[in-house]
Design a protein around this ligand. Structure first.
Ligand code: HEC
Ligand code: HEC
Length: 263
C-alpha cells in the first residue's frame, strides 16, 4: 500500500480515536488544508479547536457544543464576532493578543478554563481558526487599542475611595450593580445579553471579576465595557484618569469591606 493511502487511513482512525499519525499524515493533513483554501495555521487550529474547545463552543463555533446545555453562563457564540474582553473600544473587534490573553487566563467564575500549558504556536493557531467563524474578521480590522496606563501609587487611599463612591453614584452604577455593589440594583433582574440569556450584574462583594481583578484589569473593563452585555464602557462619560482610578479604588474597597464584615 502506498504511504499516502496508509497515511489517509491512519488519519481517518486518528480523527475517531483522537490520536496522531506521524509526519506523512501531517503532510497530507496540510495538503488537504491547502486544497480547502485554509492557511496552515487555520488548518492546524481547526484540529486543536476540535480537540479542546468544540465540546463547549461547538464544532461550528456557534456556542452549541454538547456541554452547552449544562453551562451557565453559556459558552461564547463565535459566529457573532462580539467579544467581552478587549483592549479596543467596545464596538471594535478584539486584537489577536486579546484573544490569546482570554485563552491563557480563562474567564474567572465560569466554565471557561485557563489554557496555561498549550504551546504559544498552538494558541495562535486556535485564534486563527476562531476568527474564521465570523465574517467580521475578514471585513474589519480591530480599532487601535486604548491607552491603558499603570495604576497610581496612592490607589487605595481613603480619599480616593470616597471620591470613587461619588463617581459611582454620579454614573449610576448602582442601577444595575446595587447601591453597595451587591449585584442587586433595580434593573438587575431584567438584564439580558446579546444572545438573549439573562445576565446578572456583577456582585462586587463576593465574586472575582471575569476580566481579571488587578487595578489595571478593572480600569480596562471600565474603558472598554463588556461588549454583548448591558455593561457599558465609561471612556466618554468619565472626565479623566483621576476619576477612573477613583472608581477603581472604590470598587476594590467594596470587596475588601465585605470580606472584613464576613470575618
Ligand atoms: C468547559 C467549557 C469550555 C471550554 C472547554 C472552552 N470554553 Fe471558552 N468559554 C466558555 C464559556 C462558558 C465562556 C463565556 C464566559 C462568559 O461570557 O462569561 C467562554 C468564552 C470564551 C471566549 C470569549 C471571550 C470574550 O472576550 O468574550 C473565548 C475567546 C474562548 N472562550 C475561547 C476558548 C478556546 C480557544 C477554547 C479551547 C482552547 C475554549 N474557549 C474552551 C466555556 C468553555
Ligand atoms: C445597565 C447595567 C449596568 C450598569 C449601569 C453598569 N454595569 Fe457593570 N456590569 C453589568 C453587567 C450585566 C455585568 C456582568 C457582565 C458579565 O458577567 O459578563 C457587569 C460587570 C461589571 C464588572 C465586572 C467585569 C468582570 O470582569 O467580570 C465591573 C468591574 C463593572 N461592571 C463595573 C461597573 C461600574 C464601575 C459601573 C458604573 C460606572 C457599572 N459597572 C455600570 C451591568 C451594568
Amino acid at each position: 500500500m502506498s504511504r499516502r493511502i496508509m497515511a489517509a487511513l491512519c488519519l481517518g482512525a486518528a480523527v475517531l480515536l483522537n490520536t496522531r499519525c506521524g509526519d506523512d499524515a501531517d503532510q497530507l493533513f496540510y495538503e488537504f488544508g491547502e486544497a480547502s483554501g485554509l492557511e496552515p495555521a487555520q488548518w492546524r487550529g481547526r484540529e486543536l479547536y476540535g480537540r479542546y474547545c468544540a465540546g463547549c463552543h461547538g464544532e461550528r463555533g456557534n456556542g452549541m457544543g454538547p456541554a452547552a446545555p449544562f453551562l451557565d453562563p453559556k459558552p461564547r457564540d463565535f459566529t457573532r464576532g462580539t467579544y467581552k474582553f478587549r483592549t479596543t473600544p467596545s464596538s471594535s473587534l478584539p486584537t489577536d493578543a486579546d484573544l490569546v490573553r482570554t485563552i491563557r487566563e480563562g474567564v474567572h467564575g465560569t466554565s471557561m478554563p485557563a489554557w496555561t500549558t498549550l504551546p504559544d504556536a498552538e494558541v495562535q493557531a486556535i485564534v486563527a481558526w476562531i476568527k474564521t467563524f465570523s465574517k467580521r474578521f475578514a471585513r474589519e480590522r480591530p480599532a487601535p487599542t486604548l491607552a491603558l496606563p499603570g495604576a497610581p501609587k496612592d490607589l487605595d487611599t481613603a480619599a480616593r475611595v470616597e471620591r470613587g463612591q461619588r463617581v459611582w453614584d454620579e454614573l449610576k452604577c448602582g442601577l444595575c450593580h446595587g447601591e453597595r455593589g451587591q449585584g442587586d440594583g433595580p434593573s438587575a433582574k431584567s438584564l439580558i445579553d446579546s444572545e438573549g440569556h439573562p445576565i446578572p450584574p456583577f456582585d462586587f462583594t463576593r465574586k472575582e471579576p471575569k476580566g481579571g481583578s488587578t487595578p489595571e484589569d478593572l480600569y480596562r473593563t471600565f474603558m472598554t465595557g463588556l461588549a454583548g452585555t448591558p455593561m457599558p464602557d465609561f471612556a466618554e462619560t468619565t472626565r479623566d484618569d483621576t476619576q477612573r482610578w477613583d472608581l477603581v479604588a472604590y470598587v476594590r474597597s467594596l470587596r475588601a469591606g465585605a470580606a472584613k464584615e464576613r470575618r
